[in-house]
Ligand binder design. Structure first.
Ligand code: ADP
Length: 230
């Protein structure tokens, strides 16, 4: 849910208003498709997956989480079949949110030679993202791409995402909420004040803050069970 994500208020609001618009009834005669595809980019561990999952949760949508590299198969034709099957399933279970992580894997490294098979994979996925095969259908499929390496993505592919949103490292206010999520809300207490922890975690991602909290809990558990390690 949205409450499990610390900070990123602007990002959350951008997503909520976008989907409010996508789902809203259009005035009579208005036929323009609202945009429904997002690209989230920024450092790893900053909540991109969480944002996609919260979007699905808030829309009561089926959530598909896929690494693009996992869809790329060496076997000719397999990747395009996988992509079509993914979108066909999402249409059947509509409304759906498809989260495509490591989106940059779709663009082959420059100078690596571009094969016909690779181009077919890209064009199949872009057609699905654009919803070309579903024109006129009522199915709602939202594609959310995510990447830590946006500069590797081809501009033609980038342009398919009407909305590109930067997901930054958490600032002090966001770190405070993330620390509260992993300490207070789990019923833990710390000797160091929250303000000090916020200071000491400057530059950390949400995932790194979570890992520190997990490490602290592991140490507590070990101290409470000295015989465990004997
Ligand atoms: P990304 O997709 O950007 O690499 P994730 O969304 O998978 O990162 O985040 C990894 C984990 O780190 C999450 O499961 C969550 O536990 C924690 N995390 C990251 N950012 C936040 C945040 N803003 N609020 C709460 N937890 C966070």
């Amino acid at each position: 849910g949205w409450d499990d994500i610390g900070g990123l208020d602007e990002t959350k609001n951008a997503i909520k208003s976008a989907y409010g618009l996508a789902l809203a009834r259009k005035p009579e005669g208005v036929t323009i498709d609202s945009w429904r595809n997002f690209l989230l980019y920024g450092p790893p561990g900053t909540g991109k997956t969480l944002l996609a999952a919260a979007t699905a949760g808030s829309l009561d949508a089926t959530f598909f989480s896929v690494k693009v590299s996992d869809m790329l198969s060496k076997y000719f034709g397999e990747s395009t079949k996988l992509i079509s099957a993914l979108y066909a399933t999402a249409a059947r279970l509509s409304p759906s949110v498809i989260f495509l992580d490591e989106f940059e894997s779709l663009s082959p490294p420059r100078g690596s030679g571009d094969s016909g098979a690779e181009r077919r994979i890209v064009s199949t996925l872009l057609a699905e993202i654009d919803g070309l095969n579903r024109k006129g259908s009522q199915d709602l499929i939202i594609t959310i791409g995510a990447t830590n390496l946006p500069w590797l993505i081809d501009t033609a592919i980038l342009s398919r995402f009407q909305k590109r949103v930067y997901v930054p490292l958490p600032d002090a206010a966001a770190r405070r909420i993330i620390l509260e999520i992993f300490i207070d809300r789990r019923g833990h207490d710390t000797q160091l004040s929250l303000a000090r922890l916020v200071e000491r975690t400057a530059g950390y991602s949400g995932r790194e803050i979570e890992q520190i909290c997990q490490t602290a809990v592991t140490h507590m558990t070990q101290r409470a069970n000295p015989d465990l390690m004997a």
